[in-house]
Structure formats: C-alpha cells, structure tokens
Design a protein around this ligand. Structure first.
Ligand SMILES: C[S@@+](CC[C@H](N)C(=O)[O-])C[C@H]1O[C@@H](n2cnc3c(N)ncnc32)[C@H](O)[C@@H]1O
Length: 343
C-alpha cells in the first residue's frame, strides 16, 4: 500500500504502529478487505473447519451457567471475523429451551462488522462500541484468534538498556527495513509482568489494554468469565514469532503491506500473569484438543456421522474434527485460556 510507504518515507515508526497501519488503520488495510478468510482467502480458522467447533463452545457456555443454576446470561464475542462462529453458537444455544441469552459483538473492522450484520441478520445480535456495557452480570466473554491479530512490539535488552524495533523506508534500497532504537520511555505495565532476566519481549500493548478491560468486567460479578482460543506457547521466555501469511503460506510482513495478514504466537504465560496481576487467579490454560475432547467432541462426531448421507461426507467430517484435535495439527499448538471470577 503506497500510503504506508509514503508514511515510512517521512519518518520511522514503532513496529506495532506499522502493523496497525497494515491491518486496520486505513480503508486499504488488510482487515478492511473482502475474502481474507476460508480456503479461497489467506488463512483458515477453526469455525471454517467445522461448525462443531462453535457447537462445542455453545455447550461449554450453557453448561457453565446451568451448573450455577443461571438461565439468563449475556455473551460478548470480541473479534468475530465473518460471524461464522457466532452463528454456530447462537444456533446451538437456541436449542436449549430453558435458557435466555443476549449475544453482542465487539468488532474493530468496519468491513467485517458489515459482513457480520449480513450473516447474522436472522438473529438478534447487538454490536458494541466498547466493553463498558450496561449489563455487567452473568457475562461470558469469548474470542477465537483475536489476540494473535493485535499489533505487537519487539523490545530487546542490550547492556542493561532496552531497545525497541522501528520500521522505516530505505530510499536507496527501495525497501522497508527495521532497526532497534533505545527506548525513550519505559512502559512499566509490561515490565511488571515479566521476569528480570528476560532479554527479548514480543508483546501487544493493545492486548494488554484489552485484557485489563476484560479483567475489570469479569471482576464486576462472580459469574463473569472469559474464554479465548489461540495459537501459542506457555513458557515465560518470549520468542520472536511474528510472521506474515498470504494465501495459506508464509510471506514477509514488509513486502506488499496491507495485503498480507500479520500474526504471532501468543505467550500464554504473559496472559496468565495479566489476570493473576488483577487478582483473577482462577484461570487455566489447556490444549484445544483437551478442551474439545473434554466437552464431548468425539460423542458429537459419532452422532453427526450417523446423519451423513454418504461415505465421502463421513470422511470429510472425521477429517475436519481430526484437524481440530490432532496434536500434529491444531490440537496442541492451539490453546484455550479460561478465566473466571468465582473461586
Ligand atoms: C484472525 S481474525 C479471527 C476472526 C474470527 N474470530 C474467526 O475465528 O474466524 C481477528 C478478528 O479480530 C478483530 N479485531 C482485531 N482487533 C480487534 C479489537 N481491538 N477489538 C475488536 N475486534 C478486533 C478483527 O477485525 C477480526 O475480526
């Protein structure tokens, strides 16, 4: 996108600002484009693999409240993409006649908000502008692959001093390049959450902010909670995992800005620390495979199999469920983080 190159020609910008320009800031930015999801787009997420994924989440949400004797609750999904998972969740929850729920979406992309409105027009869905909703009681916040799409910073410690990665345009080489510069201002928030010996940090200030807002909302009522799915790792050391994806393959994040998805692996140890720091200690991290199996995906598969009209349909169904739970596919790299207020 020429607009980004022109900006970079004028001055260097921090990595997270560059990513925000590429993904969200302008109408030519990546998430404002059509057809980025699914087999014909650049990447695929779990709801595109099988509707059983959303069904499992719906069952988890319903059980969470039913076990507490609650039959009226609110769901807030953050970053709903094309609304595919929202649809599967709402359709499944509608089958539980004894429960009443509201479904709200907080979505950053204008383009995706429009798509969601079209896809979900048969259901009663509200779109929020912020997390500060009037309803603070019995709120279930959820997201799938939200955190990995939030812009990150790269920080490096050299001789006991912190340096931050900036992006600029090299006019002679006609290329976008990066360089570390000494940080002017230390952001205490992140340094309070990491161990002292760490020498490299890949983190998203926006995610930190959003997760703190989620924490505050959870704290408002003992039944509030947050469930999120994403790919990532659990050790305390940070890795440099930033990558571009174009048509299902890796691609440089500095070539063709605005037409490439930019993503990274979540450091779930950091996510846990954010909630622990806010005194929400009742939180767990588990593999996607364990979560789905614990919630009955294999029994659901057996029932769905009986309804298949052909062998090909059966095989496709088994293959897609397998993709979600197989440890060599999405089962292990993808993790589930669940935090609740109730002790
Ligand atoms: C990788 S997509 C995942 C979409 C969908 N959940 C799925 O699984 O297919 C990330 C989504 O998060 C949205 N998003 C990014 N930053 C956001 C923010 N700060 N608040 C709300 N939505 C955001 C994007 O526009 C997009 O809809």
């Amino acid at each position: 996108m020429q607009k980004i190159i022109n900006k970079l020609k004028k001055k260097k910008i921090p990595l997270d600002i560059y990513i925000d320009y590429c993904l969200y800031k302008f109408k030519e930015s990546y998430y404002e484009k059509k057809k980025i999801f699914g087999p014909k787009g650049d990447f695929i997420t779990s709801p595109y693999i099988s509707s059983i994924f959303g069904e499992m989440i719906a069952v988890f949400v319903a059980n969470y409240f039913i076990r507490k004797g609650i039959n009226k609750f609110s769901i807030i999904e953050i970053g709903a993409g094309e609304g595919l998972m929202s649809k599967d969740i709402i359709k499944t929850l509608n089958k539980f006649k004894e429960i009443k729920f509201t479904y709200s979406i907080l979505e950053k992309s204008k383009n995706l908000k429009e798509t969601q409105k079209k896809k979900l027009e048969e259901f009663q869905v509200n779109w929020l502008n912020s997390l500060g909703t009037k309803k603070n009681k019995n709120v279930f916040i959820l997201s799938n692959e939200l955190l990995d799409s939030l812009p990150v910073k790269h920080l490096k410690k050299i001789n006991n001093k912190w340096f931050e990665k900036y992006v600029f345009y090299n006019i002679t080489e006609k290329k976008i390049k990066t360089k570390y510069y000494k940080t002017k201002k230390i952001n205490n928030k992140i340094f309070n959450l990491i161990t002292k010996n760490i020498k490299f940090i890949e983190y998203s200030p926006l995610a930190l902010n959003l997760l703190n807002k989620i924490s505050n909302l959870i704290k408002k009522n003992k039944n509030n909670c947050f469930l999120t799915f994403d790919y990532g790792y659990t050790d305390s050391n940070f890795k440099n995992t930033l990558q571009g994806i174009k048509r299902h393959s890796k691609f440089s994040i500095f070539e063709d800005p605005g037409n490439v998805d930019i993503t990274y692996l979540i450091n779930f140890h950091l996510i846990k620390n954010i909630f622990n720091n806010n005194r929400l200690f009742n939180n767990i991290i588990m593999s996607q495979s364990k979560f789905l199996i614990n919630n009955g995906i294999l029994e659901r598969l057996k029932r769905a199999n009986k309804l298949c009209s052909s062998e090909i349909e059966k095989r496709t169904l088994i293959k897609s469920v397998n993709r979600l739970i197989d440890v060599k596919q999405m089962g292990k790299l993808f993790k589930v983080f669940f935090v609740q207020n109730d002790i």
